[in-house]
Design a binder for this molecule. Structure first.
Ligand SMILES: Nc1ncnc2c1ncn2[C@@H]1O[C@H](COP(=O)(O)OP(=O)(O)OP(=O)(O)O)[C@@H](O)[C@H]1O
Length: 269
């Protein structure tokens, strides 16, 4: 069974080389997690008192300002970080997609990178062999696929990485917003594949600043603020509270039309 259970979890980062004297007692800006300066070594309290249960079928968006703790929470939910205090139990095969370029080798070809990246995301060699042609076609990279990855532009690398990511069959899909940062034209092409990917994943947790992608992929949301869960609920409701306006106010007619079939728009949970 696929499940994630987190109970009163904290994640601290002790910073051994910080210039303690210049640190203020409290963080004055809006950005970043809380910095504790009471101990000898300053500690960034990236996550505080997180309690959360996720089950099969959950599609959760994570929102919050820069440094609010979204990426740290994704790493905790992936089993990459252990909580400093509290509990985090993850049951199921996790595909963490944080940095599209991770696990890519510049010296080997696009084809070989497709294989390596697929294995990294939990697929078997046999499964990847069946999918390589489909991925190659999707990327439109043609003969470049036989060339070493170092000869690719950034956009070409993203195409390759997105091609692989959207072909996997994860039980738990953990996506960081980087995926929304790709070139708009290609993202449009990748959108249907992303929606399919999410539909066949047991569970999705997706951190993003892009309302339209969140609305298309998620049904519920968590608003992170200074390492804490400030609000949890239906996606539209949380986005409205976080942004101070309904996310539907500013979307284009084209986006609205595309979203008509999206789960969040049809009432969420
Ligand atoms: N490896 C680390 N070492 C020290 N501090 C860290 C580390 N990773 C994150 N932090 C701190 O933890 C806090 C939460 O960071 P996190 O990356 O989780 O935020 P985020 O919500 O994902 O931000 P963004 O929207 O900018 O990506 C920040 O204050 C950050 O400075």
């Amino acid at each position: 069974m696929v499940s994630i259970d987190v109970q009163n979890a904290y994640v601290d980062f002790p910073i051994f080389d910080a210039k303690t004297r210049s640190l203020k007692k409290k963080v004055l800006g809006k950005v970043g997690g809380k910095i504790g300066t009471d101990a000898k070594v300053p500690i960034i309290e990236a996550l505080q008192d997180i309690t959360l249960s996720l089950r099969d079928g959950d599609r959760v968006g994570l929102v919050g300002h820069n440094g609010a703790g979204k990426s740290t929470l994704l790493r905790l939910l992936s089993g990459i970080y252990e909580p400093t205090r509290g509990l985090a139990r993850v049951e199921g095969k996790v595909a963490p997609v944080f940095d599209l370029g991770i696990g890519m080798d510049p010296e080997i070809s696009g084809y070989e990178n497709i294989m390596i990246r697929g294995l990294f995301l939990g697929m078997t060699r046999k499964q990847m062999e069946k999918r390589v042609d489909d991925i190659a076609e999707f990327t439109e990279l043609g003969d470049y696929l036989a060339m070493p990855l170092r000869t690719y532009s950034t956009g070409m690398r993203v195409r390759l990485a997105l091609g692989v990511v959207t072909t996997i069959d994860p039980e738990i899909l953990i996506l960081d917003e980087g995926i929304g940062a790709v070139d708009a034209a290609f993202l449009n092409k990748a959108r249907d594949r992303l929606v399919d990917l999410v539909n066949r994943s047991g569970m999705l947790v997706f951190a993003s600043h892009a309302d339209d992608l969140l609305l298309e992929l998620c049904t519920t949301a968590i608003w992170m603020d200074e390492g804490r869960m400030k609000m949890r609920g239906g996606l539209r409701e949380v986005l409205t509270a976080y942004k101070g306006r309904d996310p539907f106010e500013n979307i284009s007619a084209e986006t609205a039309q595309r979203l008509e079939t999206a789960p969040a728009v049809q009432g969420g949970e």
